[in-house]
Design a protein around this ligand. Structure first.
Ligand SMILES: [Zn+2]
Ligand SMILES: [Zn+2]
Length: 305
């Protein structure tokens, strides 16, 4: 099965602590890596958890609060010092381009590689990226400044070869590739076997949605409909509902409501306020009451879809 996974590099909110780094996650799909948010310390987290950044050509920044992008300049500079030559695509709110320009200007740096900036404001319905493997799109969330969620959707997979057919006819490599692409098969005794009769339906396409930072929002359930894994921020617990509303963040119960409305397979919590770092189970238990298949995001852990 093609790898589709999410590695958590930072799980905390706002101010880093000795146990929690600011937001960052790395999505891997078939050896390609996609970085979502890049809070302070993201590079160090990659080094600590032995996360490689080869095949990392696309970075996505959800919004311009510091805990989601203060690590980016360092990462861009490291790529420069490593003499990266491949283009790097950056999908982010438009104002980030000015921030990067200032940094490069004052340090008199001309990046060794092309940095291609894609303002999220320019995307509406069309995907940010659509290759032959995966489609990535963004959707609006609700926060004190503009913020976008990201949806990673695997493309429809091909039909699978039926083992009984393979054992009986031992097709060669080329024939197997043709059959996977929809071809029928002519048996040695001249019988034409239809593609449907020698293949099984494809496995369902997998999907992952990233939602941070945001207040509870009904539309998220629609954008993230049927995702296998939903990452939704849960900065606060139930007792802090008023503060969540005021700061346009979510409680664990808000996150669970969204997961339920989306019909998600699994909910992953994160963006924890520092006050919960000693006891994250409190957030988990609150979420589980509404959406039982909830888990905590843990830094350094990889979650497979
Ligand atoms: Zn944040
Ligand atoms: Zn924020």
């Amino acid at each position: 099965m093609i790898e589709f996974s999410v590695t958590v590099l930072g799980s905390g909110s706002a101010i880093p602590t000795s146990k929690q780094n600011p937001s960052s996650q790395l999505v891997t799909y078939n050896n390609n890596r996609y970085l979502i948010d890049c809070g302070e310390g993201t590079q160090m987290q990659m080094i600590k958890h032995k996360v490689r950044h080869s095949h990392l050509d696309n970075v996505f920044i959800s919004h311009l609060h510091g805990d989601h992008f203060y690590g980016l300049i360092g990462l861009l500079n490291s790529f420069h010092l490593m003499r990266r030559e491949k283009p790097l695509h950056l999908f982010a709110p438009k104002d980030l381009e000015k921030v990067i320009e200032v940094h490069l200007e004052v340090s008199n740096t001309t990046l060794y590689y092309p940095l291609i900036f894609h303002p999220l404001e320019d995307y509406d319905d069309q995907p940010l990226l659509d290759n032959d493997q995966i489609k990535i799109s963004c959707f609006p969330l609700k926060h004190s400044i503009p913020v976008w969620g990201f949806l990673f959707k695997e493309n429809e997979l091909k039909r699978r070869l039926d083992k009984t057919f393979v054992e009986k006819y031992s097709p060669d490599f080329q024939q197997m590739a043709d059959i996977k692409n929809g071809a029928d098969f002519l048996s040695p005794d001249g019988e034409l076997l239809s593609n449907e009769s020698i293949t099984l339906p494809p496995k369902p396409a997998r999907s992952f949605a990233y939602c941070s930072d945001t207040a509870y929002l009904q539309s998220t359930g629609t954008y993230a409909k049927g995702v296998d894994l939903l990452y939704h921020e849960s900065t606060f617990d139930n007792g802090m509902e008023a503060l969540a509303k005021k700061t346009l963040h979510s409680t664990a119960v808000d996150a669970a409501r969204v997961a339920k409305e989306a019909g998600a397979g699994k909910l992953m919590l994160g963006h924890y306020s520092a006050r919960f770092q000693e006891d994250l189970n409190r957030l988990l238990n609150e979420a589980k009451e509404v959406f039982p298949n909830s888990i905590l995001s843990r830094e350094g852990e990889t979650y497979f879809l």
